[in-house]
Write a protein that binds this ligand. Structure first.
Ligand code: GLY
Length: 334
């Protein structure tokens, strides 16, 4: 255990561990033992994006209150992006903020969600509408948790790793199911570097939203359906749209789009979803809620070349619609 974590634990008046039912069944006793925290208060919630809401946060706050958590209490968030986002939000708002540590157990959370101080929950059918910037005391990355991660979740994380390839480091476009472990720390380093320069997403940090403008809209829309998409799957579709728009409006070499299209069947191989032309308008309606918007105009991150992103790109609505139709056509033929 590193010094930072040791110190956070020793200074805590009480330790709480937030996790979900899936992670609890595989890892909770082991992690408690490792942290030497067998007396920690466990808060186990249902797994999945559908539970990343105010009701679940209230449950966390109520448990903290019931066990008299004071300002020196520590919340350990053990799980994927839903747990680290929601737990970070609950901790950063309870008594105006208690400390928290993230122990990500999914690839996606290890390379993105658990790092960088964004916390939040979904609200009113739209993703991450309510949240705070609050930095975890520590983020513990241990690939051992990936041993029990379903392939579908691994693929979802792989997409976020490719995102770093597109916006920052072309070498990461080589990432695959065979080699991803060796690139985890590189992704974390890229994210930390960007966040250090722009912690509150005033400019540069927006590049980390590559593929997320339409990706979040598609994800929010699919949450209303029987089989929702995982975050990384929706982002894969959003990145396809962003690459297509980049070729059309920013001069990106079309082979970059082509290569991503070759990877798409693998990235979406475990996803169960169907999208048709009827979904276009409902998806576009979600763009209004996008936090990257300026005066209701959706802003996109596009690429002039791999590693050369432009952020705050605004596009005519007809172009956005065309890109979405392109995506829907592509996935219909996978
Ligand atoms: N996931 C994008 C960010 O943390 O800025």
């Amino acid at each position: 255990m590193n010094e930072k974590l040791k110190q956070a634990l020793s200074e805590a008046s009480k330790v709480f561990i937030l996790t979900d039912e899936n992670v609890a069944s595989f890892w909770l006793p082991e992690v408690e033992h490792w942290l030497n925290c067998e007396n920690a208060v466990e808060i186990v919630i249902k797994a999945g994006e559908r539970h990343k809401n105010l009701q679940t946060v209230q449950r966390v706050w109520k448990t903290l209150m019931k066990h008299h958590a004071d300002r020196n209490a520590l919340l350990i968030n053990l799980g994927g992006g839903v747990i680290t986002d929601l737990g970070g939000f609950a901790a950063s708002t309870y008594k105006r903020g208690i400390r928290f540590v993230n122990i990500p157990t999914t690839l996606l959370a290890m390379v993105d969600a658990a790092i960088g101080g964004k916390t939040g929950i979904d609200f009113g059918d739209a993703k991450n509408q309510i949240g705070t910037f609050a930095v975890a005391e520590d983020v513990i990355i241990d690939p051992v948790f990936l041993e029990t991660l379903p392939q579908r979740e691994l693929l979802s994380g792989l997409t976020e790793m490719l995102k770093y390839g597109f916006v920052a480091d072309p070498e990461l476009l080589q990432v695959s199911l065979e080699n991803y472990e060796s690139y985890i720390s590189r992704c974390g380093d890229i994210k930390r570097e960007i966040v250090a320069k722009d912690p509150h997403e005033k400019g540069l940090r927006k590049i980390l939203n590559f593929g997320h403008t339409l990706g979040h809209a598609i994800e929010s829309h699919c949450l209303t359906k029987e089989s929702p998409l995982l975050h990384g799957e929706a982002v894969a579709l959003g990145m396809l749209a962003a690459l297509w728009l980049s070729v059309k409006y920013c001069g990106l070499d079309a082979t970059v789009l082509q290569q991503f299209e070759n990877q798409l069947p693998m990235l979406l191989s475990e996803a169960e979803f169907s999208l048709s032309k009827a979904d276009v308008e409902p998806i576009l309606a979600y763009l209004v809620h996008d936090k990257k918007n300026n005066c209701e105009t959706p802003q996109f991150v596009l690429l002039e070349a791999v590693g050369k992103p432009v952020w705050e790109a605004t596009l005519p609505s007809v172009a956005i619609k065309e890109a979405l139709e392109y995506v829907i056509d592509k996935v219909a033929n996978l």
